[in-house]
Ligand binder design. Sequence first.
Ligand SMILES: Cc1ncc(COP(=O)(O)O)c(C=O)c1O
Length: 385
Amino acid sequence: MPTGYDVQALRAREYPWAARGDAIHLDHASIGVIPQRSRDALAEYNDKRAEMHAMRAEDFFPRLDRARALIAQLLGASAEEIALTTSTSWGINLAAYALPLGPGDLVLGSEGEFPANVYPWMSASKARGFSYELIPMIGRMVDQATILHRIATDLRVKGVALSWVSFWTGERIDLDAIGSACRARGIWFAVDAIQGLGPCTLDLSRTPVDIVSGGAQKWLCSPWGAAFAYVRGDLIAQLEPPAAGWLSQASAGDFSRFLDYDPAWRSDAQRFEVGSLPIQDFVGMNATLELLLELGPAHIERHVASLVERLITGLAARPDLELYTPRDPTRRAAIVAVRTPDVAADSQRLRAANIVHAVREGAIRLAPHFHNTADDIDRALALLA
Ligand SMILES: Cc1ncc(COP(=O)(O)O)c(C=O)c1O
């Protein structure tokens, strides 16, 4: 299937260590690998930062403005709907503490969620008096039918908080179906998108979600510390920020009246930003996002889907392997999890061949991305055969 870009040329330019054959990185679900242009951008920025006199006005807030604009472009949102954060967890806490929820209200999650999308809801439900319920899985899959049924029939349900893609099975939930059901009832839908965005496309101008939280350290191949929260435009003014600081106020950016203490919040999603952000991490992120947008998110999605299909077909041919990941392409993203008869030995064999991967919940987790090749997949398959 044509992918729209030359992966070998991309790899030679952006991942010289991979082109040399030093390692095969199939672990983007843990940590993404930073392309050469982002390494260069980081080095250049850090050099300037060490010699402050070299920095110019455009090296401060405009770098963050650029980060919001790029994230917005990737999400089909507007820059005014993006708050920069330092972790996915921050945006999830924002949803749990700022959405209008209180005693008598119920938020639904699912068992099998990554803990980052559970603890904030547990904690906020205790502090704010709402209830939080984890819907049991069917086997290892999110029980979307029950969640949809509860949304439609249980009037206590005022919010749903789910991960787009499961960190350990790779299952992708149907954001459109759940988002539309929430919208029809006028209830909140908060999504942790970290395991989906990058290899999968998301268009929030069509998919109804209220708050999306993500980090760029995995599938957006960026430094730790670069993360974001999307808050739907017409919701922003309704949400009282759970934390305040000099940059969350309408006066932010006006260096001539620090002492006015004007309590008015900013009108855009920056009201959810509090203080100084790790600009260098966003500089690195900006360079990677420019690369992803140049290649084309839809092209990347097609390329990754073809790698995942190849991997799943190869694994499914072996009857002694148990795939945790759904076979249906619409129900998976770029994470493939497989339980082999001897996970420890197989993981060791992959590691010895410098194939970077993870073991999660008793399965080997392989997570290829836009720079991986069919040959990378075949090498991993050969070692698992
Ligand atoms: C679903 C999910 N959410 C969140 C995170 C990480 O959150 P944070 O960016 O806050 O470290 C992970 C990391 O493994 C994850 O898989």
